[in-house]
Design a protein around this ligand. Sequence first.
Ligand code: CMP
Length: 229
Amino acid sequence: MNFEKLATFFAEGTLFNNLSKEELTQLAQIARERRFDRGQVIFYEGDLGGSLYIIVTGSVKIVIMADDGREHILGLLHQGDFFGEVSLIDGEPRSATAIALDNVSVVMISRDDFIRLLRENPEMSLKIMVTLCERLRKTDKHVESLAFLSAPGRVAQVLLNLAESHAPGQDKNITVSHKITRQEFASLAGTSRETLTRVLMDFQDDGLIKLEKNKIHIYDRLHLKEKVV
Ligand code: CMP
């Protein structure tokens, strides 16, 4: 992307749209673009944090891993989302691993530039705080669902979260296109792959969803919500 296109990308995203035209041009000049292939690790948990990443195209999963290689997905991020801010702000190592879910293109902003932007732009700092609060709320909800919901309830909750991120506010006939594997889906729901498959089949038999390759069709969000118990 040339500087102009990059400045437009920043202006249209939510994080930087309060910056002046001049600041956007400056930002486009200091940002670096990078591409990652599907499955490629962008950084590992424990690495030193060097840059903030903003997704231009593709999706990224944020995971924590057990010593035996099992992974737990903390979040799925898409075009316009940013990640890598935590270690830049607190100076600690990366709190999780970031992996490209498909071919991903990102722009990167170095720690020094990011911290300077935060100092100079209270609106931008506030947006970062709002995102951190959203993630904390999601994490609290996830802990709540692990502690109190049945396996079908957790699967229904993940489906509802996916529906909300694909079609905010829409109640009926939602099609979720995704690149996540059954194993990744099971990890999001805090259950095994076998249980996940059984629950999805039950939901399909009950007429709540229809499963297709890389797609899940949700007929009625409110009916699915009744399964969140
Ligand atoms: P950092 O700690 O630098 O590196 C890992 C990044 O993953 C972290 O910054 C956040 O940007 C992101 N991250 C951590 N936890 C979550 C979460 N629960 N949901 C989405 N993104 C997260």
